[in-house]
Write a protein that binds this ligand. Sequence first.
Ligand code: CP
Length: 304
Amino acid sequence: MRHLLSPMDFSVEELDKLLQLASDIEKNPDKYKHMCEGKKLATLFYEPSTRTRLSFESAMLSLGGNVLGFSSADCSSASKGESVSDTIRIISCYADICAMRHPKEGAPMVAASKSSIPVINAGDGGHEHPTQTLTDLLTIRSLKGRLDNLKIGLCGDLKFGRTVHSLINALVRYKNISFVLISPTELRIPDYIREDVLEANNIPYEEVENLEEAMSSLDILYMTRVQRERFFNEDEYIRLKDRYILTKEKMNYANENMLILHPLPRVNEISVEVDDDPRAVYFKQVQYGVYVRMALILTLLELV
Ligand code: CP
């Protein structure tokens, strides 16, 4: 039995196979619509979500399976003090596979250690968000035609941004990747990513504060939200939240093929007027999230 706790749980070859499967699902959805009949997916969400939880549910329903779960800790027995370890033993009796989001780093790993069904990390605190990374990889691969030879700008909250941490972990395994890390000093990438991932793999990167100056050389601009829920100090959040706002005027600095991705939700960091720019692909990215989660469910349930 396999879990997905980090994008590193799949080799590059396995990732390529999964992304290929997702692309086939996109083209031939009818081929897959009965493949999970009789199977159940549990969504255990201890933190709010729109995309991840509902895309998992949509994915399972599109495969002919069923879904159950909870959307906040308050409406589960976690509110009475039940541990993640106990909860997963219970859920293992009710479902065939589960997706878990939790505010504590490592909670899905604890669940996996006690589970008799595959556990998917749907985001754990400021740590990792591997299925967002699968979504990002499928988006880039589908729209750019490659996952190598790319210069990627990551902008915003690089300290707490789990989507950024997982995406860097995944992309450093492809050829000729470089990063521009765009953030205020207070939200720089954590040392463990800089040293253990970027430097350990000899990946070229630069850390800058100015978005406009960085834009002209990028193939991908990955915008992120400054996450209020990760700050201990509200004044600090208010000071930093609008540091980067991508506007139509600023898009003049970008090259004509640069794609803008964002894991969403967006607050102010991309002006709505940018949505009509053909380079803005964050809503297409949402659709790719369903295909890739369908592919992931089929893979972990060993149905392909
Ligand atoms: N991208 C993402 O994780 O969105 P949700 O928080 O809405 O699931």
